[in-house]
Design a protein around this ligand. Structure first.
Ligand SMILES: Nc1ncnc2c1ncn2[C@@H]1O[C@H](COP(=O)(O)OP(=O)(O)OP(=O)(O)O)[C@@H](O)[C@H]1O
Length: 253
């Protein structure tokens, strides 16, 4: 299995305090990896440090790449979602093709095909000519996910992509990520919906206070003890013929 991301003792400080603490992990092709943890656990910091967007100790395989190589190796969707520019949805999504275009050239047929596919995947084909800054918050979020998909990188790293999406688009987006993994690409997705993580992710990384406290299949990681100690919740979890059903039921502290 080829390795798309390798972190070795990655440590990121905010002031004196390590908010990502000695994380080592390797992500191979074909994985849909859910990155979970309470608010402030270090999920965003871990992804930004892995991308080389924050200074960190230890090593990330991505930071060894040149900026242009990195842009073809990984697509990044940050948490902030507002689109300020009065550009059409199609133009915003086409920005995802820049890493693939020879300098100064226009979109080629293969680039347009990638843009059209990403628009369709995010249910945005009918929005292609709308101004992106005039869309709702959830619609803008889908435009930015489509831009990341259009990049067609082996690895997609997305920070809370389904926050603010309606239920159908949350499920559809997670299905798109799972489908990418089934095709041999990999996705690292931070999210707070543990039910969708349990259902769509092949692997879960659980962070608590900057440390990687669990790494395995959803059933291995989402145990009652960890959900109690790390998240302070009790949950109902059952494997059914329709897949795992996972519902937080009460706060335990
Ligand atoms: N710019 C900053 N300066 C100082 N501390 C910061 C800064 N950004 C984040 N932190 C701290 O680092 C810790 C980890 O933050 P991070 O954003 O990585 O958490 P997270 O797991 O992504 O949280 P959330 O689920 O709320 O998005 C938090 O305690 C946060 O307060």
């Amino acid at each position: 299995m080829s390795t798309l991301l390798s972190l070795d003792s990655l440590t990121a400080l905010r002031g004196e305090c390590p908010v990502v603490d000695n994380v080592s992990v390797s992500i191979g092709a074909g994985e849909c990896v859910g990155l979970i943890g309470p608010n402030g656990a270090g999920k965003t910091t871990l992804m930004r440090a892995a991308l080389g967007l924050l200074p960190a100790k230890g090593a990330s395989s991505l930071t060894a790449l040149s900026p242009s190589e990195r842009a073809r190796a990984v697509a990044w969707l940050p948490q902030a979602r507002d689109i300020a520019w009065p550009m059409t949805v199609e133009t915003v999504v086409a920005l995802g093709r820049i890493p693939h275009l020879p300098r100064g050239t226009k979109l080629r047929a293969e680039d347009q095909a990638a843009v059209d596919a990403a628009l369709a995947e995010m249910d945005l084909t009918n929005f292609a000519d709308r101004l992106a800054n005039q869309l709702s918050g959830g619609e803008q979020a889908r435009v930015l996910i489509a831009r990341a998909l259009a990049q067609q990188t082996p690895l997609l790293m997305v920070d809370e992509p389904i926050a603010g999406l309606d239920p159908a688009h949350q499920i559809g987006t997670m299905e798109s990520f799972a489908a990418l993994a089934a095709e041999g690409k990999s996705v690292i997705v931070s999210l707070h919906d543990l039910g969708l993580a349990a259902r769509h992710c092949t692997r879960i990384l659980m962070l608590s206070q900057g440390r990687l406290v669990a790494d395995g299949s959803p059933a291995e990681v989402l145990t009652p003890e960890r959900l109690n100690t790390v998240f302070g919740i009790r949950v109902f979890y059952e494997n059914t013929t329709q897949g795992p059903i996972f519902q937080p039921t009460e706060v335990t502290r």
